[in-house]
Each structure stands twice: as structure tokens, then as C-alpha cells.
Design a protein around this ligand. Sequence first.
Ligand SMILES: NC(=O)C1=CN([C@@H]2O[C@H](COP(=O)(O)OP(=O)(O)OC[C@H]3O[C@@H](n4cnc5c(N)ncnc54)[C@H](OP(=O)(O)O)[C@@H]3O)[C@@H](O)[C@H]2O)C=CC1
Ligand SMILES: N[C@@H](CCC(=O)N[C@@H](CSC=O)C(=O)NCC(=O)O)C(=O)O
Ligand SMILES: [Zn+2]
Ligand SMILES: [Zn+2]
Length: 379
Amino acid sequence: MSDTTGKTITCKAAVCWGAGEPLKIETVEVAPPRAHEVRIKILYTGICHTDEYTRSGKDPEGLFPVILGHEGGGIVESVGEGVTGVAVGDHVIPLYTAECRECKFCKSGKTNLCGKVRTTQGQGLMPDSTSRFSINGQSIHHFMGTSTFSEYTVVADVSVVAVNKSAPLDKVCLLGCGITTAWGAVMKQNGIKGSTVAVFGCGAIGLGVISTSAIVGASRIIAVDTNPGKESWAKKMGATDFVNPTKLPEGKRIQDYLIEVTDGGLDFTFDATGNVHVMRAALEACHKGWGVSTIIGVAAAGQEISTRPFQLVTGRVWRGSAFGGVKGRTEIPGLVEDYLKGTLRIDEYVTHHRKFAEINEGFHDMHAGDCIRCVVDMS
Ligand SMILES: NC(=O)C1=CN([C@@H]2O[C@H](COP(=O)(O)OP(=O)(O)OC[C@H]3O[C@@H](n4cnc5c(N)ncnc54)[C@H](OP(=O)(O)O)[C@@H]3O)[C@@H](O)[C@H]2O)C=CC1
Ligand SMILES: N[C@@H](CCC(=O)N[C@@H](CSC=O)C(=O)NCC(=O)O)C(=O)O
Ligand SMILES: [Zn+2]
Ligand SMILES: [Zn+2]
């Protein structure tokens, strides 16, 4: 037991007070965990494009004021009554996709989208519909059930997993979102071994899809990105080809180009951009009769996807993937072991480091084009 157990902790957190505003480091009060809740000292957090998406006001579920962040690593400071999955001192990764193992979704065996805390999570609250964060009595919203842009956070016990203490938290924090999402989007699909793959968008997610496709043995991996600087990254991760759609001959659409160079289209495509026009191109670049296109990117409020229904009538499949279809409490400890054994890449993705006080610069880094992931040191 620590001497803060059962007490409110006063600490620093990066608060976003309104859509489009920069984060402001504030002194916040973090109430003790209630039953089935866990309070975590966050040591490191990545910044994901989904944090920027919500900060910018594009997220229809966005609520303010809020403490963003969902790619963290930390140490359990205290636990509420009834918590059995983790203990004080455990090294943990908060999970924005919970895993209760008892709801309809968890028991179905068909999805990782646990329903236990998702409704209150979307309302920026803990499962009992209250917040653990406040500033001078004003309640501050949680985000994605994780809020890792705070020195201390509180999460539901179904939304956290303990990992091997010998793993560096400044690296494995990326398993809280980016690396796991990409890994699962490939590993949870059958048939990628020996198949052709195109990946649209070579940020952390797209590069992770490329890397995992190479590991499982895809026969050809075409990376598509508008940023020429991504070619060397894509090739380093295992892409066999790189195409910049803005450099195609006038009037040539990327899907038509890809169909031409692959004798009819790809077996598998992935959108990792969040752009609905790219999602359409990724679907239409699939091979007639069997091509499967997976949407990973998150599109802004009001955006919709479209294509000719004939694309699906003629056998292409359009699907999506959240957190890579991964069940975090069950599978993340194994991914940490894979990282420690050297069979899962993480280090390469960390291109930028920031101190907590520089978190807004970390958001700017993301827009600079040379940043794959920025990890913020919360200490
Ligand atoms: N489904 C899920 O569970 C998850 C979804 N996401 C979502 O995945 C998406 C990707 O995330 P992340 O990798 O961090 O994002 P990044 O912005 O780092 O990567 C996207 C890449 O796509 C490039 N790009 C932009 N427009 C196009 C285009 N028209 N054609 C081809 N490439 C293009 C960008 O270039 P440039 O740098 O020049 O802009 C960039 O290199 C985001 O929408 C994010 O919100 C993230 C995590 C989990
Ligand atoms: N709130 C958004 C949807 C955001 C979204 O799709 N989130 C992904 C994870 S993105 C991580 O970086 C996800 O897992 N979604 C599943 C879920 O249950 O939220 C909106 O309303 O559009
Ligand atoms: Zn994310
Ligand atoms: Zn569940």
C-alpha cells in the first residue's frame, strides 16, 4: 500500500478545454479509485492521431474539457475494492478497448468490442457515470477510458493489463494503440501469407501493417502515400513497392494504377489514412471475386464512405478493424514477450521524444511529416 492510497492525488494533467484549443498543463485532483477501478501513475504516453482528431473537434463523440491520451504505460498506485486482475506496483497498459470476459460481445468469440464500459466511456465518465478528475471542483471528462495525458489516471479494472516488468514502458506504451492495432489488423485475417497487399498511408499504423504483412509472408506489399519521405520508411518495414498517388500521370486514379500493376487487383488492402476517398480507392483496388479491404483509419464527423454496390456484388469485401481486433487483457502480455524476444518491432516507431511540458509540440511533431510516433515522458 502506498501513502496516497484512498486519498485524492493532486498532480499535473494536460487539459483540452475546447475543440481546436491547445492542451494546457493544469493542476488536477484525481480521486481515489472506487470499486473495480485502478489508479495508475502514468510514466510515458504516445500521441496518436486519434488524440489529435478529438482535440481538433472532428470527433462526433468529443467532449470538453477533457484529458486526452490513450497510448500509455504506467505503474499501479492503488486499486479499488474487488480488483483482482492487477495489483499495486504492477507495470500496466491502459486499454481503450476493455475486455470484461462476461458481456455478450466478449462471450461471442466474434469480436474484441467489449460492451461492459463502452457507453460511459463514450460519455467521458467512469462506469458509475462520474469523473475522477476535477479542477477546483469542476469535473473534467475522461477520454477513451484511459486519459493518459495525466500524471495519474483512473481506469476500470476491465480496461487495464499488467505486463512484464522488464519491458521498457517508454516503448511498450505503444502497444496501447498503434502497434497493436496494426499487428491485429493483419494477424486476425486468414490468407495474407503468399498474398498481395496494398497499404494506404504510411504512418505508425500503415507501417505496422506493412511490417506484420512482411512477417507473415505476403508475396508483394505495395505502400501508397502522398508523402515521398515515407518511401524509405515503407521499404525499411518490408514494402516491396512504393507509389505516390500524386505522381501518377494526369487523370490516372490510384486504384486503376494498382489494378494494372497487379494483374487485376490486390488480395488485401488497408486504409490507414482516415480519408474516405482513400478508403474508396483501397476497396476498388481489390481483386474482383475475393479482394478484402480493411478500414483502420478514423474519419471525421459527417464523412461517409461510398462506392458502386457493383464493387461488392462482384466479390470484394469491405470491413473494418478497431484496436486490431485484439483482446487486450488476454493478448497484450504475449505481444510484450514478442517485443522482448525481438520478434515484434516497436523501437523503430519512436522517432520523437517530448517532456510533458512540451506536449503541444508533440502534437505539432505529428503534422511535420517526419514523425512516426512521439513518446511523452510524464516524469
Ligand atoms: N481503427 C483503429 O483502431 C485505429 C485507427 N487509427 C487511425 O488510423 C489512421 C492512421 O493513423 P497514423 O498512422 O497514426 O496516422 P499518420 O497521419 O501518421 O499516417 C497517415 C499517413 O497517410 C498519409 N496520407 C495522407 N493522405 C493520403 C492520401 N490521400 N493517400 C495516401 N496517403 C495519405 C499521410 O501523409 P502526411 O504525413 O503527408 O499527411 C501519412 O503518412 C488515423 O486515422 C487514426 O486515427 C489509429 C489507431 C487505431
Ligand atoms: N469516437 C469516434 C470513433 C473513434 C474510433 O473509431 N476509435 C477507434 C480507435 S482509434 C484509436 O486510436 C475504435 O476502436 N473504435 C471502437 C470504439 O468502440 O470506439 C467517432 O465517434 O467517430
Ligand atoms: Zn490511437
Ligand atoms: Zn466484455
